[in-house]
Ligand binder design. Structure first.
Ligand SMILES: [Zn+2]
Ligand SMILES: [Zn+2]
Length: 436
């Protein structure tokens, strides 16, 4: 593991220490990051004006690949459809560090009044809608392009290798397709060379620009997709005894599922959420239908609890259906694992975050019930996923539009801190791992 080897060295990275052999590396990184800031903002605006949905990030990927090639990197395109993987070999020996940014936008119609607001439209689930970088992945791409430029300019003194993952479809691939981080890994992203650690960040409106937030251990939930199909027997609405009513059975199942978290989960140890988000059945006031379909989600931070909740969902749904003469079919997909920040790696890199953001600007935050497919990279090697504040300081935080809102907006002054964070995490990890 990482920490025992570097425990002594970690002390040298404490906030406030600006002298010593590393100070000039940090200074060079900051000078170069400041020089690239304007370009990062311009890239972000260009990508924001041209958002692309998951696994369809063709223009974005071409922009990224051209930039990385111009920096002289080895570049592999078409990973998991539109992903880009690049390798930057430093001039000195050292570990392989992976940095990840996601590239996809969402089917959201932008309502932010900006000269570079998205006007892109698409068909989504049969309806015309806008496409918008409503989760800020445009900034992630731009910041990692900036960090790639800074690190490549420092190549000669870089003690190790940097692997860049520009990932498609974080929000999920199109229905029926594979995609995202899991497919990138399947297609060899974590090999040749294999990274020792992986870093990533996510911009968010819940914190002010200029701040970083982190959470050691399980930081973001696993997000499972739940589908329950209740099969009854169609009959006339006036004569329910002639069939089996799946609407009543589905209603009982919805209520039964509420008892999982409220009666069965030890909430002093682990939170969990079970939500039914959609019910679809029946088409006329006097017909009891054959079938009701329900969809929902399960959120947990612990694999054992995750399995236990799944087991209880099946038992409750199937048991209630059986008791009523119906049949319940339960399907649970697991597109997102728990995003775990390796506790030792987090501890090791915390001084870097504090030094880069400054005193009082690094927040230990609560767990997030949202999910991230960065989790798949962090299942392979120790990972650290940092939250970057994106809201203009002084804004009333109770009125801020969250990520995924059509009114989500980013204060671009946050981007330089993002570039510096990615760059310094890489440099500090490499230096601590024994480089110079
Ligand atoms: Zn999102
Ligand atoms: Zn996101």
């Amino acid at each position: 593991m990482i920490v025992p080897r570097f425990a002594a060295l970690a002390a040298t990275l404490l906030f406030g220490q600006v002298s010593g052999p590393r100070a000039d590396v940090w200074l060079e990184a900051d000078t170069r990051a400041a020089a690239v800031e304007r370009k990062v903002i311009d890239w972000r605006r260009d990508i924001h004006a041209h958002p692309e949905l998951g696994s369809r990030e063709v223009r974005t990927a071409a922009l990224v690949a051209a930039h990385l090639r111009a920096l002289g990197m080895e570049v592999r395109e078409g990973v998991a459809h539109t992903g880009v993987v690049a390798v930057l070999r430093g001039g000195l020996p050292g570990p392989v560090v992976a940095l990840r940014a996601d590239m996809d936008a969402l089917p959201v119609t932008e309502e932010v009044d900006l000269p570079f607001a998205s006007k892109v439209r698409t068909l989504w689930a049969g309806k015309e809608t806008g496409v918008m970088h409503a989760c800020g992945h445009d900034t992630h791409v731009a910041m990692l392009m900036g960090a790639a430029e800074v690190l490549s300019q420092m190549r000669e003194r870089l003690p190790g290798t940097v692997k860049f993952f520009f990932q498609p479809a974080e929000e999920g691939p199109p229905p029926g397709e594979e995609g995202g981080a899991a497919l990138m890994i399947k297609q060899g992203a974590m090999e040749n060379p294999a990274p020792e650690v992986v870093f990533g960040l996510h911009i968010g409106s819940m914190h002010e620009a200029g701040t970083l937030a982190y959470r050691p251990g399980a930081a973001m939930a696993a997000a499972d997709v739940l589908r329950i199909s209740v099969k009854g027997q169609q009959t006339h609405g006036s004569a329910p005894w002639g069939g089996v009513d799946p609407i009543v059975v589905a209603s009982q199942i919805v209520l039964g599922l509420q008892t999982i978290v409220s009666r069965s989960v030890d909430i002093t140890k682990e939170p969990a959420v079970v939500t039914i988000g959609g019910i679809d059945g029946g088409n006329r006031f006097n017909i009891i239908p054959d079938k009701v379909d329900m969809v929902g989600t399960v959120r947990t931070f612990d694999e054992k609890l995750r399995d236990d909740v799944h087991r209880r969902i099946r038992t409750i749904a199937e048991g209630i259906a059986t008791a009523s003469g119906a049949v319940a079919e339960v399907q649970i997909d697991k597109p997102y694992g728990v995003t775990v920040n390796d506790p030792e790696l987090t501890q090791l890199m915390l001084p870097t975050l504090k030094r880069v953001a400054g005193e009082g600007k690094v927040i230990l935050r609560d767990r997030v019930m949202g999910a991230e497919d960065f989790s798949f990279f962090a299942q392979r090697v120790p990972g650290l996923f940092v939250f970057l504040g994106g809201t203009t300081p002084g804004t009333d935080m109770t009125k801020v539009a969250y990520n995924h809102s059509p009114r989500f907006r980013v204060d671009e002054s946050a981007l330089l801190l993002g570039v510096r964070t990615l760059t310094h995490l890489t440099l500090d990890y490499m230096i601590q791992a024994g480089g110079q």
